[in-house]
Write a protein that binds this ligand. Sequence first.
Ligand code: ATP
Ligand code: MG
Length: 248
Amino acid sequence: MLIPKSHPRATSLHTREKLVRGYKEGLVVEEGLLAHGRGEMFDYLIGEKTSKPSQNAIKAAARALLKAKLPVISVNGNFAALCAREIVQLAKTTGAKIEVNLFYSSEKRKKTIARVLKKKGAKEILGIDPKFSRRIPRLDSARRVVDKRGIFSADVVLVPLEDGDRTIALKKFGKKVITFDLNPLSRTAQAADITIVDNVIRGMQILITTCKKLKRRGLQKKIKFDNKKSLSEAILAMKNNLGRMAHA
Ligand code: ATP
Ligand code: MG
C-alpha cells in the first residue's frame, strides 16, 4: 500500500510496513510483531512525536556513548528491520561496536540480520561467531549468550526494544544501559540508566544528529539527567494527552 507522506498517520503506517517486510525477510519473529503493537499503542499516547524529556534523554545517551571506552549497540530483529541504516551511522559516529543479540535465538536469523547491516555499510558484526560466545550471569539458556569482544566487555550498551529480564541482568553485570522503549512502565524502561521514551525510528535519527553536534562542540559541559524523573514526566505527559483526548 502506498501512503502519501502528508497523511497524518504516515509515520506509523510506514513503520508497520517496514516491520512486516522484516518479518517476511526473516529478520523479525511473530513475537516481535506483537511487541511492536505494544509500542504503537504508547506512541499514540505520546502523540507520535519526540517529547522534551525524550530529547533530554537523547542528549544524555549521546554523551554516555561518546564518553564510553567500549560502547556496544545490541541489535535484535525489530531494531534491524526498522533502523538498519541508522544503526550503522550511529556506530560510525560513536565508534560503537554492533552486536546481533536475539531474545529468540536462531543462527539463521542472526546471519540474515548481519547481512542486512553489512549491506548498509557495517564492517564488523559481533554475536555471530560462536568462538567468541560468553555468558551473562544470572540469565537462563540461550538468552544469556553474548560476544566476548562486545557486550561481555562493554561499559555502555544501547539495547533498544529489549526484554526486562535481560536488561536487569545486564545492569547486575555492571553495564550502563541505554534503551529506547515507548512503554515507560516496562521493566526495561524502569531498570535502564537512560530510557528514551520514543519510537526508535524517530529517536535514532535525533540521537545520531546529537552525537555529531556533541562531537563538534566537545563533551566538557555536563548535563543533569535523572531517569526516574524523566520516566515520571513521560507518564504524566501520556496522562495529560489522554485527558485532552477524553475532553475533545
Ligand atoms: P519488559 O520485558 O521490559 O517488561 P515487555 O515484555 O512488555 O517489556 P518486550 O517485548 O520484552 O516487552 O520489549 C519490547 C519493548 O519495546 C516494549 O516495551 C514495547 O513497548 C517497546 N517497543 C516496541 N516497538 C517499539 C518502537 N518502535 N520504538 C520504541 N519502543 C518500542
Ligand atoms: Mg519482556
